[in-house]
Design a protein around this ligand. Structure first.
Ligand code: ATP
Ligand code: MG
Length: 190
């Protein structure tokens, strides 16, 4: 019976904070794999759409996870197209792994807002919720059953990466090297 972590995000761009969460949660919960699921059109961000295209964000995530044991990039939300709802993603993973267990991994900022998500009651039934703290949102928790995994706290967000890029700051060490090669090749983020 496979144990699969689902870690969704916009990944605009992916940063080392994302990778550390994926790797630590996988180890702590003994998951077979953690899927970094790249959002197509995040409904929460309609007023500030991603800077990079879904295909570019997916390519960066793929590059970043290459060689990391048990961590993979998923295009399921991009393949589905349209607005991205996590409940649809969980249904897709459940259909593919009817006997598996799903673990939905959420940073605490996302976890604190879970009650506002589309069909959130079903989300909590389909997957075990796993919360990791994040600077700026420490202690924010969903109102439903969940578990907390302790990870190193990295005060890093894609928003700050984009701002640093705009300001001409170096992104080495913040964005995984292979993803950065892709960014430079495509001229993304300054
Ligand atoms: P943005 O600033 O564009 O919103 P982000 O850094 O928050 O980007 P997302 O793609 O929005 O990244 O987040 C995907 C998931 O990763 C969310 O569950 C979020 O809480 C979590 N996450 C992002 N950065 C961190 C971090 N530094 N530590 C822990 N969790 C994080
Ligand atoms: Mg975010």
């Amino acid at each position: 019976m496979s144990r699969i972590g689902i870690f969704g995000g916009t990944f605009d761009p992916i940063h080392v904070g994302h990778l550390v969460v994926a790797v630590w949660v996988r180890a702590e919960l003994e998951l077979d794999r953690v899927e970094l699921v790249v959002a197509n059109e995040p409904w929460q961000k309609l007023d500030r759409p991603p800077l990079s295209s879904a295909q570019d964000r997916l390519a960066m995530v793929k590059a970043a996870v290459d060689g990391i044991d048990g961590v993979a990039a998923s295009s399921v939300e991009i393949d589905r197209g349209g607005l991205t709802y996590t409940v649809d993603t969980l249904e897709a993973f459940r259909a593919e792994n009817p006997n598996g267990s799903l673990f939905l991994v959420l940073g605490s900022d996302a976890a604190g807002g879970l009650d506002t998500w589309h069909r959130h009651e079903e989300i909590a039934e389909m997957a075990e919720l796993v919360v990791v703290d994040r600077p700026g949102a420490i202690g924010q928790r969903p109102s439903v059953a969940h578990r907390v995994v302790d990870c190193p706290l990295l005060d890093l967000s894609s928003t700050s990466v984009r701002e640093w890029a705009d300001a001409g700051r170096p992104l080495d060490g913040l964005v995984p090297a292979a993803a950065l090669v892709y960014c430079r090749h495509k001229g993304l983020y300054g």
